[in-house]
Design a protein around this ligand. Structure first.
Ligand code: ATP
Length: 362
């Protein structure tokens, strides 16, 4: 029996509302596959916790999360709760730094039957992964702005060490996808026609490409990629980019899936990984049972996939595939319409459909 400890951080707003269905779906998938068990430990963190206790995530909670095999997170932050300097409460960003969660992995897959914003029929073929570097780039300037009365400078940092580990991760990801029938193409997204730091980024990408001859290495400038993500997003397999470009492109990419409630993500580091839906705490719909849990459910599947690969546990990978298949089946008929898309289906209805589909799929 493969056993894993999962730290569960529901967080704020709709975080808890989408985490509860995810745990239900995880349990159903593990029971259906057999030979795998997940033990959850719920931990308090987020803006609500900060408001009550003056700390967003206590040291003990961080330590407990660190001791777990993986972390599943709902959403954190509330607009009205801020640190004295005005910053939002975002312990998930602190965890990124603490555990060097260098790869922000955003799978973008059109789910047949779900409402897609692009009218082109090829939009149903969208299936790529965007990987965003998360430890440096332009975000390295956070808190270090050089400012005078007449000027402000934010410095972009690209290091060889961070770039090599990022590209190696992405080439391996493309190799793994290729084994599952994908194209085996990794596209480096940069601005090497303008910025020296991006010339360096691309040079390291090309060097690492030589170590992965089975994967085709391509380049795109970030502005051209923004266009392509609208004109032909189905043409991509895996793409990798710097922190700031990734921040922007990943929201565009989430839009291609229909909306934030459909888009999963994983923040992956050398030892730890945090899986969470792309959306925030959505206080406007919190407490009303309206949140779409699909992104959180798909993030839970990503977590199983990562655990399976890391620990050599094929049962975990099988459970991940089962969840994805159940989500696909739930939407396939075209009659599941989450409230996010103006339909009647709230959190409970979407969850029920996924669980019912799993019974048929398993
Ligand atoms: P953050 O800055 O924390 O990422 P945000 O301000 O970008 O958050 P979200 O909290 O993600 O925004 O929500 C943006 C809007 O999208 C919300 O107003 C909400 O109506 C909608 N939304 C987000 N997630 C979901 C979901 N899972 N189901 C339904 N609607 C959602």
């Amino acid at each position: 029996m493969a056993e894993f400890r999962i730290a569960v951080l529901p967080g704020d707003g709709i975080g808890a509302e989408v985490i509860a269905p995810s745990l239900e779906v995880l349990d159903a998938a593990c029971a259906a596959v057999g030979g795998i068990s997940l033990n959850y430990e719920e931990l308090a963190a987020g803006a609500g916790v900060y408001r009550e206790r003056g700390v967003a995530m206590a040291d003990e909670a961080v330590q407990a999360a660190e001791a777990a095999n993986a972390i599943l997170l709902g959403a954190m932050g509330l607009p009205e709760v801020r640190y004295p300097d005005g910053r939002e409460i975002a312990p998930q960003v602190d965890l990124r730094e603490l555990w060097q969660l260098f790869a922000g992995v955003r799978p973008v897959r059109a789910i047949p039957g779900a409402p897609l914003p692009l009218a082109d029929p090829r939009a149903a073929e969208i299936d790529f992964i965007l990987v965003r570097e998360q430890t440096e780039g332009l975000f390295a300037a956070r808190g270090k702005t050089e400012q005078s009365a007449s000027e402000a400078r934010d410095v972009q940092v690209i290091t060889r060490a961070a770039s090599e580990r990022l590209f190696d991760f992405c080439f391996k990801l493309a190799e793994r996808r290729k084994e599952r029938g994908h194209a085996g193409v990794l596209t480096c997204v940069d601005k090497a026609n303008v910025l020296g730091s991006m010339v360096f980024f691309r040079k390291i990408f090309d060097e690492r490409a030589g170590l992965f001859p089975g994967i085709e290495a391509r380049h795109r400038y970030v502005d051209a990629m923004a266009l392509d993500l609208i004109k032909q997003p189905w043409a991509f397999d895996v793409m990798v980019t710097e922190n700031m470009y990734g921040d922007i492109l990943s929201d565009l990419a989430a839009g291609l899936m229909g909306g934030l409630g459909m888009a999963p993500s994983g923040d992956i580091g050398p030892e730890h990984a945090v899986f969470q839906p792309c959306h925030g705490s959505a206080p406007d719909i919190a407490g009303q049972g309206r949140a779409n849990p699909t992104a959180a459910i798909l993030s839970a599947a990503m977590m199983l996939d990562w655990l399976g690969e890391r620990h050599g546990a094929p049962k975990a990978e099988a459970a991940a595939r089962l969840i994805e298949a159940a989500v696909d089946r739930a939407y396939a008929g075209g009659d599941l319409r989450p409230q996010e898309f103006g339909g009647p289906d709230g959190t409970a209805a979407v969850t029920r459909r996924v669980l019912e589909s799993m019974k048929v799929t398993a």
